[in-house]
Ligand binder design. Structure first.
Ligand code: NAG
Ligand code: NAG
Ligand code: NAG
Ligand code: NAG
Ligand code: CU
Length: 577
């Protein structure tokens, strides 16, 4: 079944109001396992023979359905906020087309690079890629960039359900537009009536980010530029131009909204005037429903929220406020907004006092671990290995003594685009590879079987960092301000918050754990695009080389990786920044 056509039509109509997406419910018969239970507005916990209690870490449907997409990576001049800019896009659209599947479907995306002067790779953020490390799309980890004129097909299974995004992992390309939403339909922990679809929040620059990266402040001191605007689903006002995104509320109904922070370096506080929300998922992990008035969301994180249209009919501001205490400076500051309308023909601006902002503070933090309780509980066992890293901003002689992020050893991560970790492993195979120090390898290949690994990251700078681990939902065992005191810190091992992106607090520490159950090379990095660009990353090499090799023997993935690398080498683009 091909969806791209009808979705393109759907997206074309999105300029006015985000429509409900007619795509819920398992379409295929599933083998008899439990009692069958039909998913619907009053039974969102159901999913055919599966349900919300099915633990996606171990179990998922096998629908036998493959969702095919064609992504043409190309330049397009668009005006998201009324100001024209040449963006890097999928199929000429910004944000890119919605990638949509049911839980248990297979996904195949053929990505063709039509840029003359950049490589590209697409990463499927938060997708576990269980035994499909080769489909992770991480430059310098799992593949070489797709050369201009070349194509590569990513094949993976939607073993989880919920909301996310895909984005380029090549250089700072996603900040130039190369990103889009992902929805994987599945059961939920609370009921809702209308799916309003993705709600992508970002900071935004009018200049090319590649030019910005060359400016002296960022080039030598690593200080990010002030964003000129923010966008919601690729829209906002700027001066007198542009349009705001609009949400259609139906009185008395419960609306599902899928929040995704797709920004470069911004922590937002999201809220809808006068309306509370119920949070039902954090990243791809369903959680025990939790009610709040505002929600802090940092880059790479997602929250599925239910908003009931239970107020007087009217127009209400939907706000994404950048937290200045997180240094998220933005010229549009408190003016990154959408409008929720009970009457979709209304064109009025929301007015105080009907549309009244919730009282809120500008603080730089992540939501409390205690509020985010995974629905299917997991406990964390004792660690086989604990690794400690300090995140420092140091001058780096190989880069004219510019300030660069150095995590662990005193060198920034340098993506060797043409020589990814797995290529180094396979080129040396069966001898052990001496993976280049530039890729900051955290070598776990000596461990046998599945083990718990704890990672402690500390930072003594007043900057927070969204830490993202590929290939896993990590378990957040502790987080706090000040120095990590080791044994003095109580670890939260009983059903801790788990998700793929969690904040390392400013002047503080983060203790995370994961299980070595997914062979491959996985990137662990700060999701602030400018910090990643300046070296805040490491390569986690998980399971023994022969196990990683076995994964790549499937579908001819190793041969395909070598083919893409050969074309990349021939492109002559390796040494661009
Ligand atoms: C990507 O293309 C831009 C022009 O759009 C150029 O400025 C930049 O150097 C290129 N970067 C890489 C890493 O290829
Ligand atoms: C909706 O708004 C339009 C335009 O302002 C107005 O003409 C119409 O009467 C409104 N409908 C309702 C039900 O209030
Ligand atoms: C730093 O530069 C030296 C000399 O060019 C080079 O040998 C070394 O590999 C570089 N180190 C890193 C980590 O880039
Ligand atoms: C691995 O490479 C580093 C430098 O790149 C070198 O110092 C070290 O001796 C090498 N180790 C082995 C086992 O070859
Ligand atoms: Cu960072």
């Amino acid at each position: 079944m091909r969806l791209s056509g009808s979705l393109a039509v759907l997206l074309a109509g999105v300029t006015s109001l985000v429509s409900a997406i007619p795509f819920a419910g398992p379409s295929e018969e599933l083998p008899e396992k439990r009692g069958y239970c039909q998913n619907g507005p009053k039974s969102r916990k159901c999913w055919g023979n599966y349900d919300i209690d099915t633990d996606v870490t171990y179990e998922w449907p096998n629908t036998g359905v493959t969702r095919y997409y064609n992504f043409d990576v190309q330049y397009a001049t668009l005006a998201p906020d009324g100001v024209e800019k040449r963006l890097i896009t999928v199929n000429g659209q910004y944000p890119g087309p919605l990638l949509e599947a049911n839980w248990g479907d297979d996904v195949e995306v053929k990505v063709c690079n039509h840029l003359p002067d950049n490589g590209t790779n697409i990463h499927w953020h938060g997708i576990r890629q269980f035994y499909t490390n080769y489909a992770d799309g991480a430059t310098a980890q799992t593949e070489c960039p797709i050369a201009p004129g070349d194509c590569h097909t990513y094949k993976w299974k939607a073993t989880q359900h919920g909301s996310s995004w895909y984005h380029s992992h090549y250089s700072i390309q996603y900040s130039e537009g190369l990103l889009g939403p992902i929805i994987i339909h599945g059961p939920n922990t609370a009921d809702w009536d209308i799916d309003l679809g993705p709600f992508l929040l970002t900071d935004y620059y009018h200049d090319s980010v590649f030019d910005i990266a060359q400016r002296p402040l960022i080039k030598s001191l690593g200080i990010p530029p002030i964003a000129v605007n923010g966008l919601i689903n690729g829209k906002n006002n700027y001066k007198k131009g542009g349009q705001r995104e609009q949400l259609k509320f139906t009185k008395g109904k419960k609306h599902l909204l899928r929040l995704v922070n797709v920004g470069s370096e911004v922590t937002f506080r999201f809220s809808v005037d006068k309306h509370k929300m119920t949070v039902i998922a954090a990243d791809f992990v369903p959680i025990v429903p939790w009610e709040t008035k505002t929600l802090l969301i940092t880059v790479g994180q997602r929250y599925d929220v239910i908003i009931e249209a239970d107020q007087d009919e009217g127009d209400y501001w939907v706000r994404a406020v950048p937290m200045l205490t997180c240094f998220a400076f933005n010229l549009m500051d408190h003016d990154i907004r959408a409008i929720a309308r009970y009457n979709s023909s209304s064109t009025a601006e929301p007015k105080w006092p009907q549309s009244k902002q919730w009282p809120q503070l500008d603080i730089c933090k992540d939501e409390d671990i205690d509020n985010i309780v995974p629905w299917t509980p997991h406990d964390v066992g004792p660690s086989a290995v604990t690794k400690n890293f300090d995140a420092l901003l140091l001058s780096w002689k190989n880069d004219s003594y510019a300030l660069r992020w150095q995590v662990g050893e005193p060198a920034p991560y340098k993506p060797l685009k043409g020589n990814p970790v797995v290529k180094q492993l396979f080129d040396a195979y069966p001898k052990p590879a001496n993976v280049s120090r530039d890729l900051k390898p955290v070598d776990l290949t000596y461990l046998e079987g599945t083990n718990w690994v704890y990672i402690v990251i500390e930072s003594f700078l007043p900057l927070s960092h969204p830490i993202h681990l590929h290939g896993h939902d990590s378990y957040i065992l502790a987080r706090g301000g000040g120095i990590f005191l080791g044994d003095g810190v109580q670890l939260h091992t009983q059903n801790p918050m788990r998700r793929d992106t969690a904040n390392l607090p400013a002047n503080g520490f983060l203790v995370m754990a994961f299980q070595t159950d997914n062979p491959g090379s996985w990137l662990l990095h700060c999701h602030f695009e400018w910090h990643l660009h300046d070296g805040f990353a490491m390569s986690i090499i998980e399971r023994q080389p022969h196990e990683i090799k076995d994964v790549y023997q499937k579908n001819g993935a190793e041969a395909e990786m070598q083919r893409v690398c050969k074309n990349w080498a021939a492109s002559g683009l390796e040494n661009r920044n």
